[in-house]
Design a protein around this ligand. Structure first.
Ligand code: MN
Length: 215
């Protein structure tokens, strides 16, 4: 089974001026594609060759895990973004953030502090724990929260390749701009609410090689 680079759910220019088309082009066409290509090379003629991406995340290790997780993380990251609009989270989701972090602004501040303090390369996540509560956490390199049974709702790539062209060394400015292009509908749809349609939304967000929607 050959893993495929998913198409972006929007044009490369759609995130400007917050994330430039040059950054999106390099990030998607070079970096993300590189992980997919390496993953396909690594799994060829191995026990991992026919495994779904989400299974690879749970069952592989070492270089296969690194490439598989980077492929999953990037596919999820693209879906977490959308062209800049004035759209805010729903009142229901803001209430969830209030219960867990004190409010939307408090959540954003804490997420930013966490992202800025992620040493080296990695990802910053909003996840849902098994008890339903929400948490902000950092992972290093390719590491994915599914591995420790946490449900990703939102992620931000804080590898330098995600922002260096636009923001140079200022990760904090990148995080500030990120809020302008967050797809809150997607984030909220990833919540487990024990409602079938929500469940399907999350499953769609798990990239598989044959179910990416065209655009
Ligand atoms: Mn990246």
């Amino acid at each position: 089974m050959e893993h495929q680079l998913p198409q972006l759910p929007y044009p490369q220019t759609a995130l400007e001026p917050y994330i430039s088309s040059e950054t999106v082009a390099y990030h998607h066409e070079k970096h993300h594609r590189g992980y997919v290509t390496k993953l396909n090379e690594l799994i060829k003629d191995t026990e991992f060759e026919e495994m779904e991406l989400s299974d690879l995340i749970l069952r592989s290790s070492g270089p296969v895990y690194d490439q598989a997780a980077q492929h999953w993380n990037h596919s999820f990251f693209w879906e977490c973004l959308r062209p800049a609009t004035a759209a805010a989270p729903s009142q229901t989701f803001i209430q969830r953030l209030r219960e867990n972090f004190g409010g939307l602004e408090e959540f954003k501040l804490r997420f930013k502090e966490t992202a800025v303090s992620n040493f080296g390369s990695g990802w910053t996540w909003l996840v849902q724990k098994e008890d339903g509560s929400l948490e902000i956490l950092n992972t290093s390199n390719a590491e994915n929260p599914l591995r420790v049974e946490l449900r990703p709702l939102l992620t931000l790539d804080v590898w330098e390749h995600a922002y260096y062209l636009d923001y140079r060394n200022s990760r904090a400015d990148f995080v500030g701009a990120f809020w302008e292009v967050v797809n809150w509908d997607f984030v909220e749809a990833n919540l487990e609410l024990k409602r079938p349609q929500r469940e399907r939304a999350f499953n769609r967000s798990l990239p598989s090689t044959d179910s990416r929607r065209p655009h």
